[in-house]
Design a protein around this ligand. Structure first.
Ligand code: DX5
Ligand code: ZN
Length: 217
């Protein structure tokens, strides 16, 4: 059985004590730290910039999985990489020259990911599959934590799985009840915000997600 990676999304963390929050989930054995960058334009919410990414970089050795929900992300690749991003994911809807930005990410030394909104078809990723390290399938409308999981999105994962050799991540509404559905569809990475940072015992929350991911069928 393959190991499923857990990526806590700091969007649901207590930002007044972000360093402690990140150390706590690292100690609890998570695999990546997921950081949601929003520009108030591609999505309605405004969140994190390179300054906060570099602050997180100082307190953990875990890979930083930076999810850019911003228009024209080519403008900021170098800055996020400099701030310490190891994985940089852009949205296929957010950029005209998708291949050019993926190359820019790779040239910066980071791993490149591509994400898609729930309404965007999986075929929109087809031209780029060989350029990608990661596909991030959104299982909620991007913009906010704490929304309900969209089970129909699992079909996208099922159709990508045989065609794509890289990692597939699922983001939105993941908790111990929904995680098994995503694992059964073929994901490698579970991103979870409220199901981890919304619980007082983060170690237990991560353990419950791990446990749930072993019961996928
Ligand atoms: C939503 C973000 C998610 C968010 C997930 O646009 O991309 O990473 O933090 O939050 P939960 O796990 O609470 O749905
Ligand atoms: Zn995200």
């Amino acid at each position: 059985m393959k190991k499923i990676m857990i990526a806590p999304s700091v969007l649901s963390a207590d930002f007044s004590r972000l360093a402690d929050e990140v150390r706590e989930v690292e100690k609890a054995g998570c695999d990546l730290i997921h950081i949601d960058v929003m520009d108030g334009h591609f999505v309605p919410n405004l969140t994190i910039g390179p300054l906060v990414v570099s602050a997180v970089r100082k307190v953990t050795k875990l890979p930083l999985d930076v999810h850019l929900m911003i228009d024209a992300p080519s403008r900021y690749i170098a800055e996020f990489r400099k701030a310490g991003a190891d994985w940089i994911t852009i949205h296929v809807e957010a950029e005209k020259d998708v291949r050019g930005v993926l190359k820019m990410i790779h040239d910066s030394g980071a791993k490149a990911g591509l994400s898609l909104r729930p309404k965007t078809s999986v075929e929109s990723l087809s031209p780029y599959l060989s350029d990608l390290d990661l596909i991030l399938v959104m299982s909620v409308e991007p913009g906010f934590g704490g929304q309900s999981f969209m089970p129909d999105m699992m079909r996208k994962i099922e159709s990508l799985r045989p065609k794509f050799k890289g990692l597939i991540s699922v983001d939105g509404g993941i908790d111990p009840a929904t995680a098994p559905k995503a694992v059964a569809a073929g994901v490698d990475i579970l991103v979870a915000g409220s199901a981890i940072f919304g619980k007082s015992d983060r170690a237990q929350a991560i353990a419950q997600l791990r446990d749930a991911s072993k019961h996928s069928s």
